[in-house]
Design a protein around this ligand. Sequence first.
Ligand SMILES: [Zn+2]
Length: 212
Amino acid sequence: MAVRPIVIWPDPRLREATRPIAEVTDEIRSLYRDLVDTMYAYDGVGIAAIQIGVPVRMFLVDAAIAGQGDAGSGGERGADPLAFINPEVLAMSGEKEKADEGCLSFPGIYVPIERPRRARVRAMGIDGKTFEAAGEGLFARAMLHEHDHLTGKLLVDFVGPLKKRQIKRKLERHVEDADGHVHGEDCQHDHDHDHEHGQAHGVALPASRSGA
Ligand SMILES: [Zn+2]
């Protein structure tokens, strides 16, 4: 029940090995609530526990993206994000799709990534029960993006060395900004890395929200 700081790349904690979760305890339920609060605070559509520095095998996907919230058809309005605990990718389509992807650990960065159009994932829910989710389009992309976090795979692993250096420079500037610099009209540096509210962080979305 708290917004926790997001671990920003190149922080090495994003590459830590993740541990499976044996059972859904009060501690895990409390972690889930922190992840929900943090994901919403940063306008994300998904988040992995490792992104707030907890290296366990758990991620969340926004209910609307998962077809269970108000953006879906007939879903419950404002449904809680879907928790995936110890997720396992069971199947992916051969058919692929390329789209710009963002990540809460890479604020303001978008990378075109080709991924399977459909994916089926089995996981334990926050109720402790095993379920399977079959996703298409953005839902599949969000699940696969979050699943990558559990194996330490990140956006920068999809780009070449030059682009990777560019992203690093941009994020180092972002961290400096977080230390208290306020952009003014006289700023000489480019500041397209934040303040762009038309396109928030994340997995590319038609509207203003994204990030994962
Ligand atoms: Zn991410």
